[in-house]
Design a protein around this ligand. Structure first.
Ligand code: SF4
Ligand code: SF4
Length: 281
């Protein structure tokens, strides 16, 4: 095995924010559910540590992971493993950032999202500046809701120039050219997010060199195709890894279509595929 990319999503489903456009099935996790999430994460971490081939991991929790100590610890530990090339997490950046000092910053990366309405400009910007000063690799994103445009412009203007700001098309919204233009000014790659990508029958690296794993170790090719390839912990998924075409009509999420081969996004995001940092940033 040359290299395996894993998108990990455990049972955690609670978040300290309450965005009206949140696409996730959020809930309040009970202490028992949190214990189960922690146990699942630690098991996964142990599995990654035991591998002999290169691995990259993106944590894509349904809620916010970095407010939980076990996610911070897993990121730090995994970042120090020589065969782990990248370990990244999607986060709202609400938590303090000091823990990153313990990580190997050549391997750690953050996919952060700014949620105007949940956090002030000043507070979010301060976190970004702090990460930048610490030398942490991170991207910053905004959901392209019309009411976020001013906040996104202000953030772009104040962010360090080398920090990439991406814009996600809001779920279920289509953009006319006139509506898309201001977003594309902020994110030169907005065109990739603007419309879902027709993907049926096209080769996609998921199910071959990229997999999605849940808290039980169930392996699927990606977060969107429900068919099970096997289990991580008994190794049964390995026999199923092979070149595959996408069985769905469309793929509309960066964590999916970035692996869709005809789009060529591994070149655009070379070295930053998981944390969404393009070469131009
Ligand atoms: S920060 Fe993310 S997970 Fe939390 S409420 Fe907002 S969109 Fe949902
Ligand atoms: S194109 Fe998207 S939905 Fe289709 S297999 Fe790849 S990641 Fe999954």
């Amino acid at each position: 095995m040359e290299h395996l990319t894993i998108l990990y999503r455990g049972p955690l489903a609670s978040c300290d924010y309450d965005c009206p456009y949140c696409p996730f099935a959020k809930r309040r996790d009970t202490p028992e559910q949190l214990r189960a999430d922690r146990a699942a994460l630690e098991r996964f971490e142990g599995w990654v540590a035991a591998q002999e081939h290169p691995v990259s991991v993106l944590f894509t929790p349904w809620g916010e992971g970095l407010v939980r100590s076990w996610y911070r610890r897993a990121l730090v530990r995994l970042s120090h493993l020589p065969h782990v090339e990248r370990v990244a997490i999607q986060t709202n950046l609400s938590h303090r950032t000091a823990w990153t000092a313990e990580a190997d910053l050549a391997t750690l990366a953050l996919w952060t999202t700014y949620h105007p309405g949940q956090v002030s400009h000043e507070r979010f910007l301060e976190k970004c500046r702090d990460l930048h000063e610490r030398g942490v690799r991170f991207s910053v994103g905004v959901v392209g809701q019309p009411e976020h445009l001013d906040a996104a412009r202000r953030l772009r203007a104040d962010l360090p120039a080398g920090v990439y700001l991406w814009v996600n098309a809001a779920e279920g919204r289509s953009y006319t050219d006139a509506e898309a233009a201001p977003w594309a000014e902020l994110d030169p790659l907005f065109s990739y997010s603007r419309r879902p990508h027709a993907s049926a029958g096209l080769p996609c690296r998921t199910g071959e060199s990229v997999v999605s794993v849940d808290g039980d170790g169930t392996v699927r090719r990606c977060h969107f195709v429900p068919a099970v390839l096997g289990n991580l912990y008994d190794g049964s998924f390995r026999a199923a890894l092979k070149p595959r075409a996408c069985p769905l009509a469309a793929c509309d999420c960066h964590i999916g279509y970035v692996h869709l081969e005809p789009l060529g996004l591994y070149d655009v995001f070379r070295g930053g595929v998981l944390e969404r940092i393009p070469v131009l940033a």
